[in-house]
Design a protein around this ligand. Structure first.
Ligand code: NAD
Ligand code: DAU
Length: 349
């Protein structure tokens, strides 16, 4: 397999590549294409690059760059695509949607066109998407693969558009696609703008913990390695043209989750239990804030035998440990100087 992974220097892409090469039975080649936005860090995979020189290649490139991406497909004889690259943060999409439209919609369209032109060679185009395309649930019910799309944010609308394009390329051109719509991931290497790493790092520094609205919004949490395993199962065994919902079967109100993190930090740092909870601060709500996400993952369980394995308390403890053990990573991804250095290193991007 010559596997093109887009966005492999981001949170899930990094974990996916690391998991494939160290924990799965992957014997092919991985070509990681990433534009290195603020969310992409090639140093995440420096050890992998050294350990697997014959199996891992990094190419700094923008998925919107037609000529460069076509050259990557040809130079590496790409037969399988796992498409993670995206602008992924809802709050950023509310402030500045342009990059979301460009990367998530036009970038995906570009990859589809390049794959279409090489259809005879393409075994699988897997598109990684989100449960946010379904919009918000009330107190009851679950997102199924058949739930109508009703995105609320520019982020989720851009992902919805990309999902529709991927399905259209299967229906119209017979491109062998699969899709996955997954719930909230957490774990190592997540950029500290997202709820869990933001709360861990603020709690360690004894800074306020900003909870939007009343903290009663519900998300369904999934440890990132479980998501990686689901994506790989779908690429290997999923039926062409199908969509699989992936979730953690772990619904939590935001406030409950933040309190769990606070108690984990107290335990880890030897603070008196309850001390870190005092940092919780309720702030103005996110515009268009979806109330509740919950996934019905029966299809992937029945068809492919996938279920989530990591229990939330163990996953949160492992995530807290990782952020405490990697302060250099945190400082570097948050530093403007580091971004300038990356830009100079990869001047071709
Ligand atoms: P991330 O923001 O951590 O990483 C995105 C990566 O894509 C970065 O490395 C970035 O540099 C790269 N990228 C952005 N624009 C690019 C472009 N034009 N060309 C090439 N590379 C580009 O995101 P993530 O959390 O790892 O999410 C990965 C995928 O999974 C996204 O498609 C997202 O919609 C989806 N997803 C995420 C979650 C979650 O909870 N994080 C849940 C469900 C689905
Ligand atoms: O559901 C899958 C989606 O999960 C992915 O598609 C997105 O890429 C990913 O970013 C994530 O989106 P969310 O908006 O759910 O994640 P975020 O971590 O930004 O927020 C989680 C919840 O916590 C949400 O209800 C908003 C709330 N929140 C978030 C932040 C950053 C706060 O209360 N305070 C905060 O500071």
């Amino acid at each position: 397999m010559n596997l093109l992974v887009t966005g492999g220097c981001g949170f899930i892409g990094t974990n996916f590549i690391r998991w494939l090469l160290t924990a799965a039975d992957f014997t092919g080649k991985i070509i990681n294409v990433d534009r290195l936005t603020y969310a992409g860090n090639p140093e995440n995979l420096t050890d992998i690059e050294k350990k697997f020189p014959n199996q891992y290649i990094f190419v700094p490139a923008d998925i919107c760059d037609k000529d460069k991406m076509a050259a990557v497909f040809d130079a590496h004889d790409i037969d399988t695509i796992c498409h993670f690259a995206a602008e992924s943060h809802v709050d950023r999409s509310i402030v500045a949607p342009d990059d979301f439209i460009n990367t998530n919609i036009l970038g995906t369209f570009n990859l589809l066109e390049i794959a279409r032109a090489r259809k005879a060679r393409i075994e699988r185009f897997h598109h990684v998407s989100t449960d946010e395309v379904y919009g918000s649930l009330g107190q009851n019910g679950y997102f199924k693969e058949t739930t109508p799309y009703r995105p609320s944010s520019p982020y989720s609308a851009s992902k919805a558009a990309s999902d529709h394009l991927v399905r259209a390329y299967h229906a119209t051109y017979g491109l062998p696609v699969t899709l996955s719509n997954c719930s909230n991931n957490y774990g190592p290497y997540q950029f500290p703008e997202k709820l869990i790493p933001l709360m861990i790092l603020n709690a360690v520094d004894e800074k306020p913990l900003p909870v939007y609205g009343n903290g009663k919004n519900v998300r369904d949490w999934l440890y990132v390695d479980d998501h990686c395993r689901a994506v790989w199962d779908i690429i290997q065994q999923g039926s062409v043209g199908e969509t699989y919902n992936v979730g953690g079967n772990c619904e939590l109100e935001n406030l409950t989750l933040v309190e769990m993190i606070c108690d984990g930090i107290d335990k880890k740092l030897g603070r008196s239990i309850g001390k870190t909870r005092d940092l919780i601060t309720f702030v103005k709500d996110r515009p268009g804030h979806d109330l509740r996400y919950a996934i019905d993952a029966a299809k992937i369980k029945t068809d492919l035998g996938w279920t989530p394995e990591t229990e939330i308390k163990a996953g949160i403890a492992a995530t807290i440990d990782w952020y405490l053990e990697n302060p250099t990573w945190v400082t570097r991804v948050k530093s403007g100087a580091y971004r300038e250095w990356i830009a100079r290193q990869y001047a071709t991007v």
